[in-house]
Write a protein that binds this ligand. Structure first.
Ligand code: NDP
Length: 338
């Protein structure tokens, strides 16, 4: 009998996730009921927000409960179907596949993917998936970029940042990325067309921004928080916007996340600081995928997927997001593509 291997939350991590915060469990697969599909997961998306879901801090979805399968987004193939709308062999995205080999997915919560020729399946969890939506709506809807404006992104060589920066270039912005290490910075300027890059591990960020953004900063696409956010925020021009996408530097800590030291700048410089969560934009996903698909076809958007083989590696691999030792959208290969 086929068993389902899965990661279950044993207790809430105290700081960075360690493997003993989760249990590896194997269980028999349940019988399908009418309207359900058995999906064999192929790729699992690892996201910084996974660490938030493991905590019981205030968040935008209910925390994963102790003893529950770890939540996560997957792409898989239908192996059994008790739905008229899906057939074995269909490639699908269950609503929340989870950190597990198989997902029993209700048909109404399952999206069929039409994989375009020449596009790797992994792209549907990255540039043509939640990552692309985050970059697209964060920059265009919240940031409202105008031609000639200066856009600075933190975690710029990461999954979201690298796409958002390229959209900024398409919209005519002067784009500067902040990333860890010379190789990532070179990729931004030499491959993706960014106008400048700051290696925060080797350079003083504020001085580098002064040099690379001579007219100040109009838009901060904020992914990191802390000292990096402070350096960008304190250089925002009048009517500047902070797109508050993420605060990854604080996800392993408990307690409130500090904001910019000089709150008064929001008043004096008429700044807009606006947080957003990509799930609020799912109804408009088609808009984003149409533009992103076209830009990919035109060669104006490039991306990288970093695939780690083996679901057993999921807890260790999540750490790569916090050390930056990954290169592009971080995914786990759970099983082979059909
Ligand atoms: P990335 O691929 O960007 O990986 C995370 C990156 O963050 C690392 O590569 C590292 O970049 C950087 N980083 C981690 N810790 C620190 C630190 N202490 N200081 C500086 N940089 C750090 O991940 P994603 O693209 O998936 O996510 C990027 C951000 O977007 C996260 O904050 C995430 O929570 C947010 N997000 C928000 C969504 C929303 O709906 N609001 C949806 C999806 C993501 P480097 O190697 O350059 O150091």
């Amino acid at each position: 009998m086929t068993k389902n291997g899965k990661w279950v939350l044993r207790h809430r991590p105290q700081a960075a996730l360690v493997e003993t915060d989760l249990d590896w469990v194997q269980e028999a697969l349940p019988e399908l009921r009418d309207g359900e599909l058995l999906v064999r997961n192929i790729y699992l998306s690892l996201d910084p927000t996974n660490r938030i879901w493991m905590s019981d801090r205030e968040q935008y979805l209910p925390p994963v409960q102790i003893g529950d399968t770890m939540r996560g987004t997957t792409i898989g193939v239908v192996e059994q179907s008790r739905s008229d709308r899906f057939a074995p062999g269909d490639i699908v995205m269950p609503a929340m596949g989870g950190w597990q080999d198989y997902t029993v997915s209700p048909e109404r919560m399952t999206r069929k993917l039409n994989v375009a020729p020449g596009i790797p399946l992994t792209a549907y969890l990255s540039v043509l998936g939640p990552t692309g939506l985050t970059a697209y709506f964060g920059l265009l809807d919240i940031g409202q970029p105008k031609e000639g404006e200066t856009l600075v992104l933190s975690a710029a060589a990461g999954a979201v940042g690298s796409i958002a920066g390229q959209i900024g270039k398409i919209k005519g912005c002067h784009v500067v990325g902040i990333a860890g290490g010379a190789a990532k910075c070179d990729w931004l300027t030499e491959e993706l067309g960014f106008d400048g890059a700051v290696d925060y591990k080797a350079q003083e960020v504020g001085a580098a921004l002064d040099r690379l953004c001579p007219t100040g900063i109009d838009i901060d696409f904020e992914n990191v928080g802390g000292a990096i956010m402070e350096a960008v925020f304190s250089r925002l021009n009048r009517n500047g916007r902070m797109i508050l996408c993420g605060l990854i530097s604080a996800y392993n800590d408990e307690g409130p996340v500090p904001g910019p030291a000089d709150f008064g700048r929001i008043l004096m410089q008429r700044l807009t600081v606006r947080g957003f969560i990509v799930i609020d934009y799912l109804a408009r996903a088609g808009e984003a995928f149409a533009d992103l698909g076209r830009w990919i076809a035109e060669g104006r958007i490039k991306w990288k997927d970093h695939v780690v083989p083996g679901l057993e590696k999921a807890p260790d691999s999540l750490q790569l997001l916090f050390t930056g030792q990954h290169d592009g959208k971080l995914l786990i290969r759970v099983s082979d593509e059909p």
